[in-house]
Ligand binder design. Sequence first.
Ligand SMILES: Cc1cc2nc3c(=O)[nH]c(=O)nc-3n(C[C@H](O)[C@H](O)[C@H](O)COP(=O)(O)OP(=O)(O)OC[C@H]3O[C@@H](n4cnc5c(N)ncnc54)[C@H](O)[C@@H]3O)c2cc1C
Length: 421
Amino acid sequence: MSEWSNWSGSVNARPDQILRPKTEAELGQAIAAARKVRVVGAGHSFMPLCETDGTLLHLADLEGQVEIAPDRRTVWAPAGWGLNRLTAALWAEGLSLINQGDINPQSLAGATATGTHGTGAELGSLATQACGFRLAMADGQIVECGADLLPELYEAQRLSLGLFGVAVAIRIHVLPAYHLEERIERRPLAEVAERIDELAAATRHMEFFVFPYSDDVIFKTLHPAEPEPGFVDGNDIDESAFRFFLDLGKSAPVLIPSLQKMMMLVQGKATRRVGPAYRIFPSDRTIRFEEMEYEFPRANGLETLKEAMAYIRRKRLPIAFPFEFRLAAGDDIWMSPFNQGPGASISFHQYSKMPWQGAFKEIEAVFQAGAGRPHWAKRHTLGPDDVRRLYPKTEDYLRVRAQTDPDGKFINGPLASLFGV
Ligand SMILES: Cc1cc2nc3c(=O)[nH]c(=O)nc-3n(C[C@H](O)[C@H](O)[C@H](O)COP(=O)(O)OP(=O)(O)OC[C@H]3O[C@@H](n4cnc5c(N)ncnc54)[C@H](O)[C@@H]3O)c2cc1C
């Protein structure tokens, strides 16, 4: 018996064994011999997606390398590599990912499997960048799928939650390597809300962080730029000051509204830097938190954010972390929360040392009233009826699962409850 926990510490499991196969043959044998299998990437999901009492697989050591297509528009990449390793390897070859999220330790497979996304009104999630998969199936055999090869398996696998097989390599769209200019500044929420369409159109990536008790936001944009000397790695949030305020707020929650106003004097100072895209996108997140995120039709995003902030203020909920507001393009992936057109995304966090369950339940009701659908990797309380109501393709998804994994080797208890299978 082994022990495993996710990044935030809120999911704990006791797998029979944790294996790190080095070759595809070893991987195939491990899957064929196992009763139950889940794969873990970097364990950054807040939902119990990787939980298992069977075999837990890590693929970071699996053989494989980046294979660049002759037209340099796509690459096959090892699915278990962290985005940090992958983006550095791509940069060395003069290539970049189309978009990235806030951090980069996630595995390519884990990020794709959950629809992980960054920000950008015209840019889809990482799952939209994937156009082919090499999967080890329940019998341990390797199968390839893409839009023209086993198309139904491909459609389901595009946002898979690890239900169809173990991804060993993923073919992704890439761009010629580019630099980004990052700008961070403090702005009034009222101004950002009024000018949101203009601000979203002005740069390739736009997002903001807003504390529930502050009227200002930390406004962040990224835009392609010519290289400049003097690049330094850095964070969008000053974590040392933030940790100090969080610990004070945890000891005296009544101080949180005033602490957040003080925080905004420290955070959101105007800064600018230019650097390689793969080093500008990610920040370090060393302060542990728990997170719920819902995705909305873009027109509902800001109104729902305002509702959620008003609710927290009215009830004086001790929420220590800021909301994060981002934009994403619509897509056509069966189980993607962005598959109904242009989207807005609201992340709601709480310091992991403070209670989060009660507030998450209350704010989830606000998010659902705004026609939101949850990020699959982050806290939500959907059940099988909700999933079917929100996703017309659920039955197709589950049919492909039943065909490819008839004995349910790849499903765990929480996912079986979620889908009612
Ligand atoms: C600090 C932090 C910041 C984050 N920032 C963002 C963000 O900016 N944007 C965003 O959208 N999300 C964000 N997330 C969520 C995160 O991107 C997702 O939880 C993502 O799935 C994590 O990747 P992982 O490699 O840790 O996957 P894991 O949590 O390890 O696994 C996720 C799922 O993928 C499956 N899986 C993993 N590897 C394989 C494989 N080889 N084959 C088949 N299935 C596999 C697992 O079984 C599981 O179902 C963040 C999370 C944290 C903790």
